[in-house]
Design a protein around this ligand. Structure first.
Ligand SMILES: O=C(O)C(=O)[C@H](O)CO
Ligand code: MG
Length: 263
């Protein structure tokens, strides 16, 4: 099965207004899109852009909280359980309207004023709720470890910790989002990490360190990784969550073998 790539519209096509990024992605041959947040727009408006351009809505995030105050997700924050529940409910409404099958649940930052075990218990409790709600909606909630150089103190530190939580919660509607950029910056050893966690990986994202640029601009040998994922029969989506080093279209040389551009 050919690898499927989704354009991350929070990272790509940033020279365009958000709602115009859908047609740009379709024009370049993407058949799926993902982004961090749909909530600034009515779901009907986004739905129209998806339909007009024949795009699948692959993934988006629950609200990360107040980014200006440094919040990077609510799921592990003690005392914020009702905010988390509200963000989950809102995300599920958008997921239904957009026919989106995956939601990324962001953990939040370690709160050093409390015991780590207590924060872990809050996180686990909220993930149990998210998994059950995802199950009822027929979708999958995902958790993604984020490297602590880009996001210092992010509570979900690595794939080992994610796998432990997923095993403890033991609901198939909670799985792993494997962002190769973060894996490289956290543990490296990408291929072995993939093999170890493949049974729980339901979404992949890509970017190339050190600058988080496009796949053919950095330290990771992505042609090798793509061939490997293809050989492994990876059938999920691969989200292009990179910062283009130039205009988005100019940085899609690596994708010519995978995307059928319309012009
Ligand atoms: O930063 C990432 O890699 C993500 O996937 C999050 O959704 C946003 O921080
Ligand atoms: Mg990511």
């Amino acid at each position: 099965m050919p690898l499927k790539f989704a354009a991350n519209l929070s990272f790509l096509y940033q020279d365009l207004p958000f709602l115009d990024r859908f047609s740009a992605a379709a024009q370049d041959g993407f058949t799926g899109v993902e982004y961090l947040s749909p909530y600034e727009f009515p779901s009907s408006e986004i739905r129209r852009r998806l339909d007009d351009n024949g795009l699948t809505q692959v993934l988006f995030n629950l609200s990360a909280g107040d980014a200006a105050k440094g919040e990077r997700g609510l799921a592990s924050l003690p005392g914020r359980e009702s905010d988390f529940a509200d963000s989950l409910e809102r995300a599920l409404e958008y997921a239904t309207d957009l026919d989106c099958k995956r939601l990324h649940v962001m953990a939040g930052i370690r709160d050093k004023s409390i015991d780590r075990d207590r924060q872990y218990a809050v996180y686990r409790g909220n993930l149990e709720i998210a998994a059950r709600a995802a199950q009822d909606a027929g979708i999958t909630a995902l958790i993604e470890p984020i490297n602590d150089k880009d996001m210092p103190g992010y509570f979900l530190e690595n794939c080992r910790m994610a796998a432990t939580l997923i095993a403890e919660i033991n609901n198939p509607h909670l799985q792993l989002q494997f962002d190769i950029y973060h894996v490289q910056r956290t543990d490296g050893d990408i291929i072995n990490q993939y093999l170890k966690f493949a049974p729980i990986i339901r979404h992949i994202q890509i970017a190339n360190p050190p600058h988080r640029f496009e796949p053919d601009n950095g330290e990771i040998n992505y042609p090798y990784i793509f061939e490997f994922l293809d050989g492994e029969g990876y059938a999920g989506w691969i989200g292009c969550e990179y910062k283009p080093s130039a205009g988005t279209r100019e940085t899609l040389g690596w994708a010519r073998a995978f995307l059928s551009a319309k012009s």
